[in-house]
Design a protein around this ligand. Sequence first.
Ligand SMILES: Cc1cc2nc3c(=O)[nH]c(=O)nc-3n(C[C@H](O)[C@H](O)[C@H](O)COP(=O)(O)OP(=O)(O)OC[C@H]3O[C@@H](n4cnc5c(N)ncnc54)[C@H](O)[C@@H]3O)c2cc1C
Length: 489
Amino acid sequence: MQFEVRKTWKNHLGNQRIDPLRIYEPRSIAEVQEVVRLARARGVNVRAVGSGHSWSDVALTEGFVLKPTGMTRVPAAEPDFIRSEWAGRKLVRAEGGARIRECNAWLDASGMGFENLGGYDGQTIAGVTATSTHGSGMRFGPLNDALRSLDVVVGDGSVQRIEPSGGPTDRAAFEAHFGDRRALVQDDHVFNAVCVGIGCTGVICTAMIEVRDRFFMREVREMHPWAKVRRDLEDGAVLERHEHYELAFSPYDDGYAYPFLVTTRDTVGDPRNRPWDKRMRNWLVELAALFPYTPHIINLILDVRPALAPALLRGSIKALVKDRYDEVSFKVFNIGNANILPAYSCEIGVPMDGRHIEAVEAVFRVARERRELGQVYQSSPIALRFVKTSPAYLSMMNGRDTMMIELIGLNGNDGGIELLKAYEEALYALGGRPHWGHLNTLSGSGDFVASMYPRLADWLDVRAALDPDGVFDAPFTKRVGLSRGSFVA
Ligand SMILES: Cc1cc2nc3c(=O)[nH]c(=O)nc-3n(C[C@H](O)[C@H](O)[C@H](O)COP(=O)(O)OP(=O)(O)OC[C@H]3O[C@@H](n4cnc5c(N)ncnc54)[C@H](O)[C@@H]3O)c2cc1C
């Protein structure tokens, strides 16, 4: 197997970069095993990366990088051996390096679709799983909750198929085929740790996802003031009435009492015969986001006249209003060209027990204080997404329905990172947990992570069993206190 020596690996935005010892591009589970065994024998760390769409340092390693370019097949070639109780369910096993985009294309052509998705499709299946990537809608947990089975190369280089108790694989058929070459683990405890493993519980080589028949959705976008949105959130009925409900807002009340873009998405019939303008988003906005100088122009305006930020934000929210957009589900989930703007993001999840409303008002307060103190302005609307509780031990949604607050800044915006830190601090005080893949300043000191995650000890217990030598340790695990020393005395 070929490897590259001392080349730089960097993430999609270029804000995270490192010169690892080697970069490998394995094409099979056997090749992944070879690299993990070599790393263990040589006492170096190894980390699988996805498509590098994390803004945080979560994918960095100083040791061996495993790039997923050779493991992108949908469906994967690994045999499933489905038990009769699972027959008839819609299941697809993809290789870990397949991107959501390729999965969508294959599923669509096969008359199927993901039940729920985030706002983008450039990440890999293993990458979204590892950080508990999510969409918005109280009926749906994060994307890892749709997983049913994983083929994982663990710290000693062996392969385990890991599933929840009562998982889809027929043990007799699996063992007859693989003998003692692979183990089948059907155990909720192990599964709940590994499906959000943050790259620490093994290399995910394949992932089986439960999907549904192809379907269509209608997106409606309206603008409302905070007073109305606040009443709706307190009442909660909007979250039950709509399959998907999300918000994007400006934290400034100049000229309008905090403008909120309210987006709902619900299943509709096949829209093929509807007028073309109902089958697309606002084309002018999409075009503006494609224009490479758009962020530079916005940054320039904010440099020269920072006080224009509230009006710019209000204008961009208003421009997104649309009475309806009907399309096949995976296109409606995708928020469009906004994804390709050079931007960074910090995202914090707060519990939906009243603290979610306090959190919005804390964001208003921080934005106001930073504006008064240092003329620092928010350069992009802030998004709120709503996610059902997840059993995965280190999911940001573990044990609680969660409102995720995405704080986005345009690359190069003056004071933007310092603003994110101020929001982050205020939201930690309200029980916030940072998205693993988004910028965060989380530290392992003072049992901070343990205080956020009540199931951390369970996760570490599984990690100790799957990676006793800490082969998957990384700069990120050292920073947040999840390295070998946290599970081996
Ligand atoms: C434009 C954009 C839009 C986004 N939209 C959303 C959104 O809507 N919702 C949301 O929640 N997040 C969103 N994110 C965040 C993103 O989904 C996560 O950071 C995700 O983890 C990135 O996946 P990736 O494939 O790029 O993985 P990477 O960023 O490369 O890696 C992420 C983690 O996964 C681990 N990993 C990767 N492959 C494997 C493997 N084979 N086995 C084990 N571990 C592995 C890595 O070690 C690392 O810890 C967005 C990010 C961007 C840049």
